[in-house]
Design a protein around this ligand. Structure first.
Ligand SMILES: O=P(O)(O)OC[C@H]1O[C@@H](O)[C@H](O)[C@@H](O)[C@@H]1O
Length: 278
């Protein structure tokens, strides 16, 4: 197990390596996982060629941490402030072939405008663990104040799928979902293909599979309540300044999420876990 401080673009980042050679890099800005390579050296995450990597803006790619608000489902910043705040490295280590880093964020770390807009005492802990061909994330939200606060959360994972037209998601048949036009439907086919834009919210199943031309990713989650599936398609991609026009063909986002802001009592804590196995 090795941990070193490095730079990703202009961002200070932590790189950690498991005994088998699997390696990941996390920026302190956003506790943002920017790279995950399995022991065979293959990169598993997509990062846009056009994203700023200097802390001026949220990063397009990797694993943005969404807290305390999902998208525009609340009164605050779209997708929350966690992805644009600078976290602290709190712990690292490993045993039995694994390696982990743990990052933390609390009220005292926030920029003044975010602290004013979110006047709650909280503590976030995010631990990424490499173990064999799996990446695990454990995310804990603690209410360290005297009054409840509402929060939503997601791990907005951008998978490098190589070729979108050879990519499907399975494990969602018979699940209810809401699409980007707010239609609620049941998925009556086994595999979701990407021949159009998708921005879907599925009620949580505990597992699903992302199938690319070369890899099957097995995804599981606990503690979250939904899966969000997003690919912008060509029209929305062209409107995103931090994404090259054709890069939508390289990634799919699948996000364990709790999209609605639900209350957390004073002194209480919530934990969500996400595992990606290959
Ligand atoms: O551009 P952002 O803020 O990173 O959001 C990207 C996408 O994030 C997804 O989680 C949402 O479902 C989409 O609606 C949204 O477009």
């Amino acid at each position: 197990m090795a941990v070193t401080m490095t730079q990703f673009g202009a961002l200070p980042a932590v790189q950690f390596t498991a005994p088998d050679g699997a390696q990941a890099t996390v920026a302190l800005f956003g506790a943002h996982l920017l790279s995950w390579k399995t022991a065979d050296g293959v990169e598993r995450l997509f990062v846009s060629s056009q994203t700023p990597l200097d802390g001026s803006k949220a990063i397009r790619g990797g694993v943005p941490v969404i807290f305390p608000q999902f998208n525009v489902r609340g009164p605050g910043l779209r997708h929350g402030f966690a992805r644009v705040s600078t976290w602290r490295l709190a712990d690292s280590g490993g045993d039995n072939g694994s390696a982990f880093v743990e990052l933390v964020l609390d009220q005292s770390d926030l920029a003044p405008e975010h602290a004013q807009a979110w006047p709650h005492q909280f503590a976030l802990t995010l631990r990424f663990t490499l173990h064999g061909n799996a990446l695990e994330a454990g995310f804990t939200v603690r209410n360290t104040g005297a009054a409840p606060f509402p929060f939503g959360v997601a791990l907005h994972t951008y998978y490098d799928v190589g070729q979108l037209n050879a990519t499907t998601i399975s494990g969602l048949q018979h699940q209810q979902y809401t699409d980007h036009e707010l239609n609620t439907r049941i998925q009556d086919y086994p595999a979701l293909h990407f021949n159009e834009k998708h921005d879907r919210l599925y009620q949580s199943t505990s597992t699903l599979m992302l199938n690319t031309a070369s890899t099957t990713f097995n995804l599981s989650q606990q503690g979250f309540t939904e899966w969000v599936v997003w690919n912008p398609g060509p029209v929305d991609a062209a409107a995103l300044v931090d994404l090259a026009d054709d890069e939508y063909q390289r990634f799919v986002c699948i996000e364990p999420a709790r999209v609605d802001q639900q209350p957390l009592a004073a002194g209480a804590q919530w934990t969500g876990r996400h595992r990606i196995g290959i």
